[in-house]
Design a protein around this ligand. Structure first.
Ligand code: NAD
Length: 250
């Protein structure tokens, strides 16, 4: 069943002018980065991520939010991109126009060699001024958020929190990628966080074939054209090999 679905998706991708891939936390799960759903163990088990990843949480308790992000930064620095990230980077090189939108903030696609990544929710390794949104370089080893060297406001992680707007350039590029593509592949996302999840429907309404890679059922399933019930680190290399076999890539 998955074999036939992989074949069908590879054929659609090889024939496409533009392929858009939307990734979520599941793509980094095989590198050892917990998804929000899996994050219920250890030091931070008593906090729900949704309650820490918000401007209200930062305003209420900046030290706790800052320390949670430091912990997440350290988790990400300690892991490596997996075969799924690498397969997507090779597909970017092989296909005429592959556009990658990631909801992940871990930077693993770039570390795997992916050249152009639309970071829909920002990046954990970047810090910005909470008042002005400008990128700043600060000592982020501290237990409390440092002050912005320019205006003195608190510095915060450069990620998009629940309730915040997507950076306009990323939103514009992602919408264009969803509208332009012949195939939209959603990999490792529960498709519950909007507006990212809405990109799949947008692509469908513009005529794209829609597919998902996820070992578990998700809200997306009923409307998908192709569903591959596998982990991303296994499915994406298998997909890349099939596309290369059709297009004559190495
Ligand atoms: P999510 O945690 O809501 O869902 C993860 C999905 O991945 C689930 O549907 C799960 O079934 C699936 N999954 C688990 N293991 C998988 C595997 N090996 N291969 C493929 N799929 C697998 O994540 P989301 O949809 O990305 O949305 C949550 C929000 O949290 C996003 O904004 C995301 O940026 C953020 N987040 C990011 C990271 C990261 O940067 N690595 C980690 C946790 C959460």
């Amino acid at each position: 069943m998955n074999e036939a679905s992989l074949d069908a998706l590879a054929a659609a991708m090889a024939a496409a002018s533009t392929v858009t891939v939307l990734t979520g936390a599941g793509v980094s799960a095989d590198s050892g980065v917990p998804t929000f759903r899996d994050a219920g163990e250890g030091l931070w088990a008593r906090f729900r991520p949704e309650e820490l990843a918000s401007p209200e949480a930062f305003d209420h308790d900046p030290d706790t939010v800052w320390q949670w992000y430091r912990w997440r930064q350290q988790c990400v620095q300690a892991v490596e991109p997996n075969a799924g990230h690498r397969a997507l980077a090779r597909l970017e090189a092989d296909l005429p126009d592959l556009r990658l939108i990631t909801q992940n903030v871990d930077g693993l696609h770039a570390r795997a060699g992916h050249r152009n990544v639309i970071e829909f929710h920002g990046n954990l390794q970047v810090n910005v001024c909470h008042a002005e949104g400008r990128r700043v370089t600060v000592d982020d080893e501290a237990d409390s958020p440092p002050a912005c060297p320019r205006c003195g406001a608190l510095v915060r992680p450069g990620v998009v929190w629940f309730g915040e707007a997507i950076p306009p350039a990323a939103l514009e590029q992602a919408v264009a990628a969803a509208e332009a593509c012949d195939v939209l592949l959603a990999a490792g996302t529960s498709a519950q966080v909007y507006p990212a999840a809405g990109l799949i429907d947008l692509a469908r309404r513009h005529g794209a074939t829609t597919a998902a890679i996820n070992p578990d059922a998700s809200a997306l399933d009923p409307a998908l054209d192709i569903r591959i019930a596998m982990g991303a680190a296994e499915a994406l290399p298998a997909l890349r090999d099939r596309v290369a076999a059709i297009t004559g890539g190495s």
